[in-house]
Design a protein around this ligand. Structure first.
Ligand code: AHG
Ligand code: MN
Ligand code: MN
Length: 340
């Protein structure tokens, strides 16, 4: 057996990248990403301890969208806020677990970035000891804004300056893009550092693996019904190949699998979620994941438009339909929508 891998740490990687980009060397962006990494390490530590740390179960409260909150949803949310509010790197945050956007309290040092996050994605997996994750997106705060409002966060995904996720699986991995490629770092728990293990992650263009919650089939729109029916027909059907299916029930797990071996992930608009606009949230699920997927050579649409171009409506919890993953497969699914 080989010894444990060592190498470039996340901090070194970010500093090098900042230098390469000739960023005004303010260090604030590097600092911000470090804050996020610290939140992810804190969450990883507790998620790993599970019941030993008393973090399983629910709180009896609901978030603004009516989802029952798990203990770990709130703990992860607090860890993100703690990591971000004291260092002068950001001016405000929006989170799945906060009703409204958070402007840093008076007296806290403010910086030029806005951060949105889903502190614990797939939280229904927490109690069954399955994959969970965190998703984050970074925007530049509008010039001169001291105390950001929901309006300041309402910017299309193309304006994100960084996006990433941390997967808490058998190992914890932070995957990051600043728009120029996607890199994956594995947490070495003995030294407490994320180490670059997956440089330049690229999504294979072709796949024969789909991920969709099949129990919603009867609510889907016709193009999704037709596409999945054709996948299931396998070699005999018009798509001419046998498909496999996976459902982790945590978007972070699905997107990570797709970054490693390809695939298509869909949470489309359907009759149940139509009024809400979809299931997944635009600012802290759809946009950051679309940025990562596109930066890794994949594609990300709502079924009708590019996710990164969706115009936000001012609600930090706005929802969006999602079809993303391997480019050629996503284009196939889009053809069903275009030809409908
Ligand atoms: P969250 O736990 O942050 O609310 O997100 C869960 C999301 C997403 O990650 C996952 O793909 C989907 O909900 C699972 O939905 P089902 O309940 O339909 O399986
Ligand atoms: Mn989520
Ligand atoms: Mn969540």
């Amino acid at each position: 057996m080989a010894a444990e891998k060592m190498g470039t740490t996340l901090s070194t990687f970010i500093i090098d990248e900042q230098r390469r980009l000739g960023d005004q060397a303010s260090g604030l962006f590097t600092g911000l990403l470090n804050d996020i990494a610290i939140a992810c390490k804190g969450i990883s530590n507790l998620v790993n301890k599970g019941d030993l740390a008393g973090v399983l179960g629910t709180t009896g409260t609901e978030n603004t969208m009516g989802d029952a909150q798990k203990k770990m949803d709130l703990i992860a949310n607090d860890l993100f806020i703690d990591a971000l509010e004291n260092n002068g790197h950001c001016a405000g945050m929006a989170s799945e677990e906060l009703d409204n956007v958070l402007c840093l309290p008076e007296g806290k040092p403010r910086g030029p970035y806005l951060v949105t996050f889903d502190p614990l994605d797939g939280s229904s997996n927490m109690d069954i000891n399955m994959d969970v994750g965190a998703i984050f997106s970074v925007l530049k705060a509008p010039e001169g804004v001291q105390c950001p409002t929901a309006e300041d966060f309402s910017r299309p995904g193309v304006e994100q300056v960084a996006a990433g996720y941390c997967l808490y699986g058998p190992s914890s991995m932070l995957v990051l893009t600043t728009g120029n490629g996607v890199n994956g770092f594995t947490l070495c728990s003995s030294i407490g550092e994320f180490i670059l293990t997956h440089p330049n992650m690229e999504i294979p263009e072709d796949t024969s693996e789909f991920a969709i919650n099949m129990s919603n089939q009867r609510f889907w729109e016709q193009p999704v019904k037709d596409y999945i029916a054709d996948c299931i027909q396998g070699e005999e059907g018009p798509l001419g190949k046998r498909y496999n299916m996976r459902w982790v029930a945590a978007m972070v797990g699905e997107i990570h699998r797709i970054l490693i071996r390809g695939g298509i992930f869909m949470y489309p608009i359907d009759e149940r979620n139509r009024e809400a606009g979809g299931k997944l949230r635009l600012l802290y699920e759809g946009n950051p994941m679309a940025m990562i997927v596109e930066a890794a050579g994949g594609a990300a649409y709502t079924g009708y438009e590019r996710i990164l171009e969706v115009k936000p409506n001012g609600d930090p919890h706005q929802r969006v339909p999602v079809i993303m993953g391997s480019k050629n497969e996503v284009e196939k699914a889009m053809d069903y929508h275009r030809n409908a």
